[in-house]
Every structure is written in structure tokens, then in C-alpha cells.
Design a protein around this ligand. Structure first.
Ligand code: 5GP
Ligand code: ZN
Length: 113
């Protein structure tokens, strides 16, 4: 989608601090981190929110979960603990309408995102 911020990040039109990339998935650091580790994991294809995911996306969704686990290990927060969360739709406070998972950790977490 041409007017989607995370689609632009996915194709490199807007720069990001990348931590992982392959043909389907991109992980990059949040521009306004809420904790020492705050990474956003997105599918490269445009999906507006978790509410729009279909059965066809099952492999992609599994890949995102496993990537979150690996990135937590890479960041050194697997033992101390972390959160993986997504906002879907207006009541959640979702700001960017492109599916993304927040991987957050590195300190004791309160109410965030
Ligand atoms: P949401 O509220 O939609 O779940 O989260 C959107 C997240 O995207 C926020 O944590 C916000 O800081 C982050 N964000 C918004 N614009 C940019 C950007 O241009 N670059 C990066 N790296 N993160 C962004
Ligand atoms: Zn998009």
C-alpha cells in the first residue's frame, strides 16, 4: 500500500534500524522505544492488523513468533523475560495500520504500548 508507513519501511523507502530481514519478514527498532529492547516485527506484505490475518498467513504468523523468540535470545532478554504484543483496531490504540508485533524487554515492564 503506497500510503502505509510500514510498507515504505519494508521496501526501504523510509530508513529503519533493522535487526533482521528476509523476503517475508522485517524486524527493526521502534523509533520511540518504551524499554531497552523495543523491536517491531512486521510481515513485508501489507496486512492491516491481526483482524485481517487469514489461514493463508499461517506459516508467516508462525515465522514471526519464532523470530520473536530468536531475537529475544539475541538481545539477551530470553531469561529475564519479555513481552510480544500486537494492537488490532481502534480500541487497542493501534497507530500504524500494518500488522506489527512489539518485542519489548530489558527491564521490569509496566503498562506499555
Ligand atoms: P501501535 O501503537 O500501532 O501498536 O505501534 C506503532 C509503533 O510504531 C509505535 O511504538 C511507534 O513508536 C512506532 N513508529 C511509528 N513511526 C515509526 C517510524 O517511522 N519508524 C519506527 N522505527 N517506528 C515507528
Ligand atoms: Zn502496509
Amino acid at each position: 500500500m503506497s500510503d502505509c508507513l510500514f510498507c515504505k519501511i519494508a521496501v526501504g523507502d523510509i530508513p529503519s534500524n533493522k535487526v533482521y530481514e528476509d523476503d517475508e519478514v522485517l524486524a527493526f527498532r521502534d523509533i520511540a522505544p518504551k524499554a531497552p529492547t523495543h523491536i517491531l516485527i512486521i510481515p513485508k506484505k501489507h496486512i492491516a492488523a491481526l483482524a485481517e490475518v487469514t489461514e493463508e498467513d499461517a506459516c508467516l504468523m508462525g515465522k514471526i513468533q519464532l523470530l520473536a523468540k530468536k531475537l529475544a535470545e539475541q538481545e539477551g532478554i530470553a531469561e529475564s523475560g519479555y513481552r510480544l504484543l500486537t494492537n488490532s483496531g481502534p480500541d487497542s490504540g493501534q497507530e500504524v495500520a500494518h500488522l506489527h508485533y512489539h518485542l519489548i524487554g530489558g527491564e521490569k515492564l509496566g503498562d506499555i504500548c
